[in-house]
Design a protein around this ligand. Structure first.
Ligand SMILES: Cc1cc2nc3c(=O)[nH]c(=O)nc-3n(C[C@H](O)[C@H](O)[C@H](O)COP(=O)(O)O)c2cc1C
Length: 312
C-alpha cells in the first residue's frame, strides 16, 4: 500500500452505507438547506436535521447561546417547524442533496415520538432516524427518558415498532451513571446504532447583573471542553454493545475524529465546530483521509485494532 493511495472512507452503519463517516450533528446544521450554499453536501457522509417534534415549537427565550472556556452553552429549546411542515416544505428541497439525511426525532411522551415517526415513515427522501432521548419525560415528572434503562427500553421499543422502513439510531444522554447499561437497553429494544452523546447540562451567570447568560437559565455544554468526557462514554458504550456507535462531542480536527474511532466509533458527527466554520465537517473529510494515510493505517479498523492491541 502506498502512502499516496486514496483511502476508502465509506462505512456501513448497520444496513446504511455512508460515503464517509463524517456527518453534521443535529441542531447545528439546520435542515441542511441553510448550509447548501456554504458546504458541498455531497462530500459529507450525511447530516442530521434539527430535532423534529409533533407540533411546531418556538423554543427558549433569548439569549440562547453563551461562549464558555473551550466550548459553548446553548438553550435553543428545540425550536423547530414541526414534523409535518418539515415533510411538506423542507424534505422535498433535499431530494437531490446527494447525501444521507437523518431525521432527529424528539418528544415529551412516547406517543409524541411514535407520532413523529409515523409521519416520517410516510415520507420519501430520508436515510434514517435518530431518536433524541435526552428530553424530559413530562409523564415521569421531567425525568429524562435517556437516564433510566426501563424508560429507554420503552421509548426505543415503541419507536422501533413505528419505524419499520429505515434504520433507527438512538442518541444517548451523557448524564447517566453507567452508559453501558443504557446502551444495552437501547440495542436490546431495537436500536440499529447509538449516537454518543448529547450535550451536558450546565450554566453560566453574570454575578454583576445577577442574571444567567441564557434566557432559559441553564443549557447544554458542547465543544472541545466535552471531548474527553464523551470519548470515555464512547469507549464504555463500545465495550457494552456490538452495535455501531457514532461518536460526537468537541470534534474539530482529524485527530479528534480518529481518537473517537480508536475507542470504538464507526462514524462521527460534528456540531459546535460548524458555528465557527460552516465548512468544518466538509473540511474534515479530506483531513481524515490525509491523517489516516500519514499514519499508514489506511482504515478505521486498523486504527481501532491498534488501540485495542495497545490499550484494549
Ligand atoms: C445550538 C445547538 C442545538 C442542538 N440541538 C440539538 C437537537 O435538536 N437535537 C439533538 O439531538 N441534539 C442537539 N444538539 C446537540 C448536538 O447535536 C451535539 O450532540 C452536541 O453539541 C455535542 O457535539 P459538539 O461538541 O460537536 O457540538 C444541539 C447542539 C447545539 C450546540
Amino acid at each position: 500500500m502506498s502512502a499516496g493511495r486514496e483511502v476508502d472512507l465509506s462505512v456501513e452503519i448497520g444496513a446504511l452505507r455512508l460515503r464517509n463517516p463524517i456527518l453534521a450533528a443535529s441542531g447545528t446544521f439546520g435542515y441542511g438547506l441553510e448550509f447548501a450554499h456554504l458546504v458541498n453536501l455531497e462530500k459529507l457522509g450525511g447530516f442530521v436535521t434539527k430535532g423534529l417534534s409533533r407540533e411546531p415549537m418556538e423554543g427558549a427565550p433569548a439569549p440562547r447561546l453563551s461562549v464558555t472556556a473551550s466550548g459553548m452553552l446553548n438553550a435553543v429549546g428545540l425550536q423547530n417547524v414541526g414534523v409535518r411542515a418539515f415533510v411538506r416544505d423542507k424534505l422535498p428541497l433535499l431530494k437531490n442533496c446527494g447525501t444521507a439525511v437523518i431525521a432527529n426525532v424528539f418528544g415529551y411522551t412516547i406517543d409524541d415520538y411514535v407520532e413523529v415517526l409515523r409521519v416520517l415513515e410516510d415520507a420519501e427522501g430520508l436515510a434514517g432516524y435518530e431518536l433524541n432521548i435526552s428530553c424530559p419525560n413530562t409523564k415521569c415528572g421531567g425525568l429524562q427518558f435517556g437516564s433510566d434503562p426501563s424508560l429507554v427500553a420503552e421509548v426505543v421499543g415503541a419507536a422501533r415498532k413505528a419505524a419499520t422502513r429505515r434504520p433507527l439510531w438512538v442518541k444517548l444522554s451523557p448524564l447517566v451513571t453507567d452508559i453501558g447499561v443504557i446502551a444495552k437497553a437501547a440495542v436490546e429494544a431495537g436500536a440499529d446504532a447509538l449516537t454518543v452523546a448529547n450535550t451536558y447540562p450546565g450554566m453560566s451567570v453574570n454575578f454583576r447583573t445577577g442574571r444567567s447568560r441564557l434566557g432559559n437559565k441553564t443549557g447544554g455544554l458542547s465543544g472541545p471542553a466535552i471531548k474527553p468526557i464523551t470519548l470515555r462514554l464512547v469507549w464504555e458504550a463500545a465495550k457494552a454493545v456490538s452495535a455501531p456507535i457514532i461518536g460526537l462531542g468537541g470534534i474539530e480536527t482529524a485527530d479528534d475524529v480518529l481518537e473517537y474511532v480508536a475507542v470504538g466509533a464507526s462514524a462521527v458527527q460534528v456540531g459546535t465546530a460548524s458555528f465557527a466554520d460552516p465548512g468544518a465537517s466538509e473540511a474534515l473529510v479530506a483531513e481524515v483521509q490525509k491523517a489516516i494515510s500519514d499514519v499508514k493505517m489506511f482504515s478505521f479498523s486498523d486504527i481501532r485494532a491498534n488501540f485495542l492491541s495497545q490499550s484494549g
